[in-house]
Write a protein that binds this ligand. Structure first.
Ligand SMILES: N[C@@H](CCC[C@H](N)C(=O)O)C(=O)O
Length: 275
């Protein structure tokens, strides 16, 4: 099976070109592909399928991103994945022009190729879901619940006695399953030094639903930017978010969150299904 491998700030993906929608992806295959020792190794899989061959795909995008988490679960959206997907389409000559609409389970996202090599994606409006809590180790932490198409709990660690660097995220922090019946991606952030021209500068780590700790999470970065601004009662502003895998820029408004960052395809090859 032909594959490509790519990443966006070290959130890494196996891409499976399947323009005619012939591939029957199942949980086992996704888990094997993503396995760090037996497979290619990735945080998730992006199946690249023409919208006409995907039931329920938005009609306004030629290509649909069928995203799966490393554990095989099918979820709504992936913010780093959509940039990597756009990069792959362009390198394969499947799209041209600066703006590329991409269908996802959370609607169509418009990717824009910037002159500096980064890609900006219009991630749509943030949806505030309220306040919830989680427990990291023994420490209870409050957070802002936000949907970016998928669910997030963005937790400011100020005043908790915890630090971003010191967190152990090997185990999934214990979130409120009544609040998040479908599970949740959990972000932990704190302020960094102010940067000229920006309304906030934070650094964060994330524990992703269906994956574990990852080096970056695009939708989580958007959620953290929204939550960080809300601390000063702002619903708009420019935020820089540093993650273990790099730096992303976020422009927040109530209508849309624009996420800008790098995306690269690093390999192409053939995968032999061990089945
Ligand atoms: N890494 C992604 C998010 C992938 C989906 C997430 N694990 C979920 O289950 O919602 C991103 O860059 O947004």
């Amino acid at each position: 099976m032909a594959f490509a491998k790519g990443h966006g700030t070290e959130n890494d993906f196996v891409l499976l070109p399947d323009p005619d929608g012939l591939l029957e992806l199942d949980v086992r295959m996704v888990a094997e592909l993503c396995h760090r020792h037996r497979g290619i190794g990735a945080d998730g899989v992006l199946r690249v399928v023409r919208s006409t061959h995907f039931d329920g795909a938005p009609a306004d995008a030629e290509w649909f991103m069928d995203y799966r988490n490393a554990d095989g679960s099918i979820v709504e959206m992936c913010g780093n994945g959509v940039r990597v997907f756009a990069r792959f389409l362009r390198e394969e000559g499947l799209v041209d022009g600066r703006h590329v609409p991409i269908g996802t389970r959370a609607g169509t996202k418009l990717a824009t190729f910037e002159d500096d090599g980064t890609i900006t994606v219009d991630m749509g409006p943030p949806q505030l879901l309220g306040i919830s809590h989680t427990t990291v180790g023994e420490t209870p932490v409050m957070g802002t619940a936000i949907s970016m198409g998928n669910p997030h709990l963005a937790c400011d660690l100020a005043g908790t006695g915890l630090s971003v660097a010191g967190l152990s995220l090997l185990e999934e922090p214990e979130y409120d399953a009544d609040f998040f019946p479908e599970g949740v991606n959990q972000e932990f952030y704190t302020d960094s030094e102010p940067l000229p021209g920006y309304d906030a500068h934070v650094h964060m780590r994330v524990h992703e639903r269906g994956v574990g700790e990852t080096r970056s999470c695009g939708t989580g970065i958007c959620a953290v930017a929204v939550a960080a601004l809300r601390r000063s009662e702002r619903d708009s502003g420019a935020v820089v978010v540093d993650v273990p895998g790099g730096r992303l820029h976020v422009d927040v408004s109530p209508e849309r969150v624009l996420l800008r960052g790098p995306a690269v395809v690093v390999a192409r090859g053939t995968w032999n299904d061990p089945r």
